[in-house]
Structure formats: structure tokens, C-alpha cells
Design a protein around this ligand. Structure first.
Ligand code: 4NP
Length: 155
């Protein structure tokens, strides 16, 4: 199973989602590849935002060596599931797909928690610390659901 997490900058939300899911896959002994990417090219090559790095570290997760990259065409073949953080990421990511099979890999991550509600993980970039804690909690809950789904598939 290969999972890609996508947001606008690949420095706040998707690196956190990657770090959380990687930790949970290791804890659960699951063979899962996790990566993250951006819809924009704003932060290609950059490490995650220091506020995301420290929020992850509070929870025992080291995301400090991740580096930003942009979603590329080959991602739609390489990954089985592509989780996007918000509705704008959804349209930008889907616009890069080539067929229905690829479109069907793209999901809003919060639809795992509230199916069909099409909610977004609020972008914490321009806000305060609260936004980072809120983001962590939402992504932690969503990643627990991903883990349960993978366990069910692999059993
Ligand atoms: P992210 O947050 O999409 O969660 O990584 C953002 C990071 C940077 C920018 C916007 C959102 N930016 O405009 O540079």
C-alpha cells in the first residue's frame, strides 16, 4: 500500500499527515509507504514549517528532514490512495489526473471522519499555534481510520 498526502505548500499539513501515518504504520507493523507533496511550487526543497516540526515533536514524531516537492504525473500511478487536505487541493490535484481510475484515488482526508461532508483541514499557515494543534488532532483521527482500513484489507 502506498499513500500520498497532499496540501498547498507541503510544509504544514501534508508533512504532519505523513509523519503521523508513518508512525502509526510502524507501530502497527504494516507495510505502507507514505509520502507527501504540494499542489504549488512555493516551497519545493524546503523543510517543513518550524511550527509543524515542533507540533509533531510534541507527539514524538520527527518530520524535520522532510523536503517539499510538487505533485507529479507519475504519483497517480505510483500511489494507491492520495489524500488531500482541502477542497482547493482536491480540484488542483484532480485537474492533473488522466483518467477516472486516477481521479478515484484522490480523497478529501476529512471524509474519512465525516463521510461525504467534504470538509477541509484548515490551513494553519497564517494563523496561531491553535491552528497547528487543531490540525494535529484532525490528522491523528483521520490516520487512525486509514490504519484500520489497511488492517482490514490486509487481514
Ligand atoms: P500547507 O500550508 O499547504 O499546509 O503546507 C501552506 C504553506 C505555505 C503557503 C500556504 C499554505 N504559502 O502560501 O506559502
Amino acid at each position: 500500500m502506498k499513500v500520498l498526502m497532499v496540501c498547498l505548500g507541503n510544509i504544514c499539513r501534508s508533512p504532519m499527515a505523513q509523519g503521523i501515518l508513518e508512525k502509526k504504520t510502524i507501530e502497527n507493523g504494516l507495510a505502507v509507504t507514505v509520502d507527501s507533496a504540494a499542489t504549488s511550487d512555493y516551497h519545493v526543497g524546503d523543510n517543513p514549517d518550524p511550527r509543524s516540526i515542533s507540533k509533531a515533536a510534541e507527539h514524538g514524531i520527527d518530520i524535520s528532514s522532510q523536503q517539499g516537492r510538487q505533485v507529479q504525473n507519475s504519483d497517480f500511478q505510483k500511489f494507491d490512495r492520495i489524500f488531500v487536505m482541502d477542497t482547493s487541493n482536491y480540484s488542483n490535484t484532480v485537474s492533473l489526473t488522466n483518467n477516472v481510475q486516477e481521479i478515484n484515488k484522490v480523497e478529501l482526508i476529512l471524509n474519512l471522519i465525516s463521510p461525504g461532508s467534504n470538509q477541509s483541514v484548515p490551513d494553519p499557515y497564517y494563523g496561531g499555534e491553535d491552528g497547528f494543534e487543531n490540525m494535529y488532532r484532525l490528522l491523528d483521527t483521520a490516520c487512525n481510520i486509514i490504519i484500520e482500513q489497511i488492517k482490514n484489507e490486509q487481514s
